[in-house]
Write a protein that binds this ligand. Structure first.
Ligand code: GLN
Length: 496
């Protein structure tokens, strides 16, 4: 068996039994990256030297019967998490040669628990997008192929597409992502893996390059629900450096994956039955409900009446916060500097050359909705609607333990298919943005393949700090779905 075939949970047990070393596991993943990254472009930066040093430290600890819960586990880090001494780009030209002098809280927690960092993964510039095509470092390819059309390059989803592609193609055992409007769950769905966005405040945002501060949620990707549970347990925890981080204990998430769902009430939000959704996705959703019913859950119809305002609210609040967060990139303090005739000219040239088209579009939208005369009409209104969307979830969770819905209205699309029309691209986030606006936890689980042989994900949404019930329901769904398909492009595959 190839060492890249192990899942995270299995590799952890094997490392503990010294069946192979962290060094060998790391070397196998570095070799897979070397073989496939030119094609997939999942990594912007590969940190082989650092990975081998961390693996050596893990081997030394494991040899003494010590080592944290992730000792020797090779991971990929979305290039929006600051990593001390390692270039961090947010996939933007404007960060230029920026090397953070400090480490994000989430990556520090993973290091504390013994993880090995293989490198930094590609994303849409500043995490703005659903396709990983707006990166200044080129697009990432989805390792899955349409059965009929293996020549077409599909997108891995976004914005955390590099992380999702790396985990799906067996270049890493797990990865970090951030989800502001769906950027963990949608790429997980497109790449046939699992990914969870925990409750807002569960994972610290300290050291994560900010997109929209009230919506940014760090979280993990894994090839199974349990792998996500193991990773989230390490990533989560209170951090006084993020004032929105919440001081509540982190439960034993892996244990929650083993619980049964008998007696749980699972809601079906009727407003998620949107026009234009592929018939196969509706069928997959029905199958998912059937599996949960068979496993002992009660299925209940619920209403989230403000769902249709989710996208317009998100595309006001997120750009507003982004335009304010991105004001710091002025060419003076760090990152790219394009000299100008005077200070204003320097600002304009730096920002003009440093930001890509989608980021500029967001800054324009955000500045507009925050400007005098429009603030009340757009931004303030959106904040009020956001409160109603949260109330929808609060009311629903008075009736049910969790909700089941599709993750995205389509399977992975082809590169260029939606990029010309930003609004079509924004519509892809219809099922994911409400949970971000409400701050509630949500996971995407691979549930099956469509007629083209592409993976489709189902989403389990839970109440605030209800990650355990989310993991319990997701693991039941995963057991029933028995999803075992693998992407065409992956480490150890004869076809690649
Ligand atoms: N696709 C959404 C956007 O473009 C969400 C991105 C994200 O979650 N970071 O804003």
């Amino acid at each position: 068996m190839n060492l890249t075939d192990f899942g995270l949970a299995a590799a952890r047990l094997a490392l503990g039994r010294r069946e192979f070393s962290a060094r060998d596991l790391t070397l196998a993943h570095l070799a897979a990256i070397e073989a496939l990254n030119r094609r997939l472009n999942a990594f912007i930066t590969v940190t082989a030297e650092q990975a081998l040093a961390q693996a050596a430290a893990a081997d030394a600890a494991l040899a003494k019967g010590e080592g944290g819960p992730l000792a020797g586990i090779p991971l990929a880090i979305k290039d929006i998490f600051c990593t001390a001494g390692i270039r961090t780009t947010a996939a933007s030209r404007i960060l230029g040669p920026f090397v953070p002098p400090y480490e994000s809280a989430v990556t520090a927690n993973l290091r504390r628990d013994g993880a090995v960092f293989l490198g930094k993964t590609n994303l849409d510039e500043f995490a703005m997008g659903s396709s990983t095509t707006s990166s200044a470092f080129g697009s990432t390819e989805n390792p899955w192929k349409r059965r009929q059309d293996p020549e077409i390059r599909l997108v891995p989803g976004g914005s955390s597409g590099g992380s999702a592609a790396a985990v799906a193609a067996h270049l890493a055992l797990g990865a970090t992502g951030t989800d502001t409007g769906g950027s963990i769950r949608q790429p997980a769905s497109f790449c046939g893996i699992a990914g969870i966005k925990p409750t807002y405040g569960r994972c610290s945002r300290f050291g994560v390059v900010a997109f929209a501060s009230s919506l940014d949620h760090p979280g993990p990707f894994g090839r199974s629900v349990e792998d996500c549970a193991i990773l989230l347990r390490s990533m989560a925890g209170h951090d006084p450096r993020d004032s929105t981080s919440v001081d509540v204990p982190v439960p034993d998430y892996p244990a929650a994956c083993a619980r049964g769902i008998r007696g749980l009430r699972v809601g079906v939000p009727r407003e998620y039955r949107v026009e234009g959704m592929a018939g196969e996705i509706e069928e997959m959703w029905q199958s998912g409900l059937g599996w949960l019913r068979e496993a002992g859950a009660t299925i209940v119809d619920v209403s989230l009446p403000h769902t249709k305002y989710g996208l317009p609210t998100y595309y006001i609040v997120a750009p507003a916060e982004a335009s304010s967060n991105l004001a710091r990139y002025d060419g003076v303090r760090y990152g790219l500097r394009v000299p100008g005739e005077d200070l204003i000219d320097l600002y304009e040239r730096t920002r003009g050359e440093g930001f890509g088209a989608e980021v500029k579009r967001r800054i324009l939208m955000g500045t507009y909705v925050l400007s005098a005369g429009y603030y009340d009409a757009y931004y303030l209104k959106a904040q009020k609607v956001r409160a109603l969307i949260l109330k929808d979830f609060t009311d629903a969770f008075a009736e049910v333990d969790a909700l089941l819905a599709p993750t995205a209205p389509s399977a992975a699309f082809a590169e260029g298919e939606k990029t010309e029309d930003p609004v079509t691209m924004y519509l892809n986030d219809v099922f994911t943005v409400p949970a971000d606006l409400a701050g509630v936890p949500a996971i995407s689980v691979p549930a099956g393949l469509d007629a083209d042989g592409l993976p489709l994900g189902l989403q389990v949404i839970g109440p605030p700090f209800g990650e355990e019930v989310v993991f319990t329901v997701a693991a039941a769904l995963e057991r029933a779905a028995g999803f075992a398909a693998l992407p065409a492009i992956r480490a150890g595959s004869p076809r690649t």
